[in-house]
Ligand binder design. Structure first.
Ligand SMILES: CC(C)(COP(=O)(O)OP(=O)(O)OC[C@H]1O[C@@H](n2cnc3c(N)ncnc32)[C@H](O)[C@@H]1OP(=O)(O)O)[C@@H](O)C(=O)NCCC(=O)NCCS
Length: 281
């Protein structure tokens, strides 16, 4: 076994491991799974590799890539972004070792997102103090009767966005806004002239991330997005209760399996956001 820093040239091998490992997990439980195109996978990977290269690691067995991991640090919070091991190499301690490399020197505030159907990762992270704080619910479909939006579209500076970041996430996402803006369209939302939320809309209709200064504004942001285009896909922690209720009342459907948001001791579950992707929160 050889552990080393991940490099740009690993992207195709990482994509193959990701598709095989996650595909096997879903198929074994009869959940549908579609591999993401390499080009899509590569964009998220390149963003993290450029912002946090020292937290991206690879495992090689006899010169062949068999596992990889990535983590980010934003504003004093560590988010564990990815850990995937080739099924043929699982259960030999490689995942545990890669986790330890990615967590070295990490701040105490820690978060990650897992599949609820994966006991191994949930147990592994649990032994490291990362325990579930919220189910992650995926809603999909066409909304009906969303009514007249309570929020207006507005302009926002990066400082305005940061205020919303802190309220929703508890830390700033300044490094990630340019990446999200390169992948989708950003909308800033205000009530009575005050910025209360931002959201990203992808070309395939997906909404996320979405962040607001309070739970009700998060729900109103979803309704305002649905008034622009009623067909969507959005993933949110169940602790964002008005947001979840608004999505269900608008007629969106729950698409299983659920995910889990894991956090270290003292980190509160979010109440006014929807995530972007499992790999960037
Ligand atoms: C999850 C994954 C990353 C773990 O990597 P791995 O190299 O197979 O795991 P390791 O061998 O390092 O360690 C697994 C640990 O979990 C323990 N474990 C396994 N099943 C368990 C269970 N049901 N309950 C509790 N612990 C369990 C093992 O005993 C081992 O602990 P140990 O180190 O104390 O012996 C890997 O299996 C994988 O890629 N799976 C498919 C994709 C995936 O789900 N990725 C994670 C997304 S959140």
């Amino acid at each position: 076994m050889r552990y080393r820093s991940a490099i740009d040239a690993d992207v195709a091998a990482e994509h193959a491991i990701f598709c095989t490992a996650v595909g096997a997990l879903h198929r074994a439980r009869n959940y549908p799974w579609t591999d993401p195109p390499l080009a899509e996978f590569a964009k998220n990977r390149a963003h993290i590799q450029s912002t946090d290269p020292e937290r991206c690691w690879a495992a090689e067995l006899d010169g062949r890539l068999v596992g990889y991991t990535r983590a980010i640090v934003r504003d004093g919070t560590w988010f564990f972004a990815s850990l995937f091991i080739d099924p043929a190499a699982q259960g030999r301690g490689i995942g545990r070792h890669l986790f330890e490399l990615a967590v070295e020197g990490a701040p105490r505030r820690r978060l990650t997102i897992t599949d609820s159907i994966q006991p191994i990762s949930n147990a592994l992270y649990g032994t490291k103090g990362l325990l579930p704080v919220a189910p992650l619910v995926r809603l999909t479909g066409r909304a009906v009767d969303v009514g007249t939006p309570a929020l207006e579209r507005s302009e926002a500076t990066i400082e305005d966005l940061a205020k919303v970041d802190r309220a929703a996430y508890g830390f700033e996402r300044g490094l990630d806004h340019p990446y999200w803006a390169s992948r989708g369209t950003r909308h800033a939302w205000s009530r009575d002239g005050r910025l209360v939320a931002w959201s990203y809309r992808w070309s395939n209709g997906t909404i996320g991330p979405l962040a607001a200064v309070d739970p009700q504004s998060a729900a109103e942001t979803l309704l305002a997005e649905l008034a622009l285009d009623p067909v969507t896909r959005i993933e949110l922690p169940a602790t964002a209760r008005p947001l979840l209720a608004a999505g269900l009342e608008a007629g969106l459907r729950i698409d299983p399996p659920m995910g889990l948001l894991l956090a270290s001791h003292g980190v509160q579950a979010p109440t006014s956001l929807a995530i972007g992707t499992y790999g960037l929160y």
